[in-house]
Each structure stands twice: as C-alpha cells, then as structure tokens.
Write a protein that binds this ligand. Structure first.
Ligand SMILES: C[S@@+](CC[C@H](N)C(=O)[O-])C[C@H]1O[C@@H](n2cnc3c(N)ncnc32)[C@H](O)[C@@H]1O
Length: 389
C-alpha cells in the first residue's frame, strides 16, 4: 500500500482542538498542529483509515490533495483543474463540491463551488473522455475546498457520514449532544476507566455510552463504512487487518464503573435501546429517578452531565428553583467527587451556588457553551453571594 506521508485535516467541535491533537498524537500522527476548528496532521493513507476508525473526537478526516494561491475564481478553477483527480476516483462516481471560507475576498462561494465542479469535470473529460455527475445528497466523493484570504486548499473527504455517527444512536431523547462532543468532554475531564462515572440526567445516554466504549476500548468506527472505501487507493486487506487488530484490543468493563439515571421513562427506554446497539447492554447501571432523590453511586468519582436548559417560560421558572437544589444536593452527597457540567447557560455556577474550579468554552454546533468543573470538597464550596461567578 502507498507509504507516502499525506497531509490530513480533522475538523472537530470548537473548543476540543487541544484534546483532539492529544488523541491524534496518541494514535501515532506526525506533525500534529491544532488550529481553530480542527487539527492538521500527517500520516500514510492507512493511518487515515486508523484515525477514521479510532478517533472519538474528530468530526471527519479530510485528505489534503493540493493547495494554491488565488486572487479570483479563475485562479481557483486553474488550481482545481491542475489536480490529477483521475488518480483518486473514476468519472462513474458521483461528486459533491463543498466550499467553506474564512476572510475570503470573493463575492460568491456558490460561484466558486460551480467553478471547482467545472474544473474537476473538465479534467476528467480531458483525461478519460467522460465527466462525473453531481449528487449533492448522497455523493460517492466529497471534495472539500477551503479558502482563506489568499490560499485555496483542496481535500477529499475520507469519512463519509460524520464520525460522530457511530451507529449506536437509534433513539434520540431530548436534546442529545453529539457523540464526539461527549467523548471530547470525557477527555477534557481526564476520565479513565479506574474512576466511577455517573450521569444523573443521562437522556439518551451519550456520555455513558461513549464512556463504556472508551472503557472497553471499542474503536468507535469499528462497525461502519467510510468514504475512503470508494477511493481508487482503497486497500480492503489493510482495512480488514486493522479491524482485526482493533477487535483484539477490546476488553470487558469492570462492573459498577458506569452509572446513569434520568427521571423520564422515555429517556430510560431510549438509553436501553442505544446501549444494546452499542453492545454495552450490561456495562451501565441504570435507574429511573429524580436526581435530587438519588444517592451517589460510590464514595468518589466523576459526575458528568448536561442538565436541562430551559428556553420556554415555564421551564426557565422551574429550573430557577431546581438548580440551587441540585447545587445543595451535590454539596451534601457528592463530597470527594469531581463534577463536570456541560451547559449553554453561562450563569449556571451562580444558580448552583458553587464556585467552578475550571470553565472551558466549547461550542455545541453554533451555540456557545461551557464545561464547568466543580471539585466537591467538604465545606469549601459555598459561594458568598448568589449569582456572581
Ligand atoms: C439536555 S437532556 C440530556 C441529554 C443527554 N446528554 C443526551 O446526550 O442525550 C437533560 C435530561 O435531564 C433529564 N432531567 C431533567 N430533570 C431531571 C431530574 N430532576 N432528575 C433526573 N433527570 C432529569 C431530562 O429527562 C433529560 O433527559
């Protein structure tokens, strides 16, 4: 198989770049460099397979094909037309071009998209006497183009469906967070499988299922397909070897390690269904109940949760009474625990009347959020005045 050292870019939820860079380094990536919105790295094409199968935090893996400087749409066309696309895929495959930009001086990204599509098709017409067709819904090949102020960079997507689609989520529940965001939060929390983990408002179970997959060393992409399987360079044998290697690394989870609860019966049904599909049916101890009534499942551990965030009038009212009670409950029953709360409510610590030991800005899509960490040590947490954080 091709042993060239290729350049890749892995986009991720904003705020997780540093932990994604750590994860990629652990996997063996070279020249790892975190930038806003993702991480650049180098490796062979086979390493690209590995990252697709094993990264818990990347949203997708893009293979950099070429770049060039530009001043106008003609320059972008010329740069795209100079690429030997026929080395990567065939004109029988359906393509989609997706352009994104930052500080780009050009007026219309739609027009740039059209010119790149023309350049690719013209190149195939010249090289093979046939043009690929465009399919914006279910393309075989996604060509991603990124424009900054003066450089256009061309990528081939190697993932296909975003990597947070692990395949275990059949039942969504209320406002689930994305799997790679949950995995990134677990990594930011420095959780390892020797610490008890508890999500008392688990919804569809994203945190605990990601934790179960981490603890049992299951590669998150082990059961799915990837866009790299449609590239001419695809090596089936290498992918099969990798799958076999990763399967052999799986281990059973210690009983009593991961706990989840929710007061909503639908959430419990939904997490049960998701756990079964994830193959982690017995790994999580589940309870239906109100978080304020449930005791801590162990003397110490990591509580990680994404509590309800009320947009509607009535909800916001009831949460105003819920949060101080939740804060008191943590103080009374969770001494010795570290608590990580992921929320879009930037004033949450004030409502809990707890002082965070760390606050990490993170984005859930376009929504600015925080991961607040509270170290529950007896007597030291009560805030002197409510509201101030
Ligand atoms: C934002 S959702 C959590 C979503 C979850 N992180 C996921 O990815 O699916 C909040 C959850 O808190 C639960 N919840 C709200 N109030 C609760 C309470 N007092 N006790 C237990 N669970 C509660 C809701 O039923 C809902 O499932």
């Amino acid at each position: 198989m091709d042993s060239t050292n290729h350049a890749f870019f892995a986009p991720c939820p904003r705020g997780l770049e540093a932990v994604l860079a750590e994860e990629l380094t652990d996997l063996g990536a070279a020249d790892v460099k975190a930038t806003a919105g993702g991480v650049a790295f180098r490796g062979t094409l086979a390493f690209g397979y590995r990252v697709n199968l094993q990264s818990r935090i990347a949203s997708r893996i893009l293979l950099r094909i070429a770049d060039g400087s530009y001043r106008d749409e003609h320059d972008v066309y010329d740069a795209a037309n100079a690429i030997r696309w026929q080395d990567w895929f065939t004109p029988q495959q359906r393509i989609k071009v997706k352009v994104s930009a930052h500080h780009c001086p050009l007026k219309s990204l739609d027009f740039v998209t059209l010119r790149v599509k023309d350049a690719v098709c013209d190149r195939f017409q010249f090289a093979r006497g046939k043009r690929p067709t465009v399919d914006t819904h279910a393309p075989d090949i996604l060509i991603a183009v990124y424009l900054d102020a003066s450089t256009c960079t061309f990528y081939l997507d190697t993932s296909g469906e975003p990597l947070f689609k692990r395949g275990w989520r059949k039942s969504a529940g209320e406002a689930p967070i994305r799997e790679n965001l949950a995995a990134g939060i677990l990594r930011l929390s420095k959780w390892t499988a020797d610490t008890v983990l508890y999500d008392p408002m688990c919804g569809s179970g994203t945190f605990v299922i990601e934790a179960a997959l981490m603890a049992s060393r299951v590669a998150p992409g082990i059961g799915r397909h990837f866009a790299f399987e449609k590239l001419l360079s695809f090596d089936t044998r290498r992918l099969n070897e990798l799958r076999t290697e990763l399967k052999a690394m799986e281990i059973p989870i210690k009983p009593g390690l991961i706990h989840a609860a929710d007061d909503n019966a639908h959430a419990i049904t939904s997490i049960k269904a998701n756990l079964t599909i994830a193959g982690s049916g017995d790994a999580v101890t589940l309870q239906q109940g109100d978080v304020l009534q449930l005791p801590a499942p162990a003397e110490s551990g990591l509580l990680v949760t994404n509590p309800p965030y009320g947009h509607r009038m009535g909800e916001a009212e009831s949460l105003r009474t819920f949060y101080p009670q939740f804060g008191d409950h943590l103080k009374k029953h969770f001494c010795g625990w570290t608590v990580q709360i992921f929320t879009a409510d930037l004033k949450l610590p004030g409502q809990l009347r707890l002082a965070p030991s760390r606050r990490v800005p993170l984005f859930n899509g376009a929504i600015e959020c925080r991961l607040f960490e509270f170290r529950m040590v007896a007597g030291s947490l009560r805030k002197t005045r409510a509201g101030g954080v």
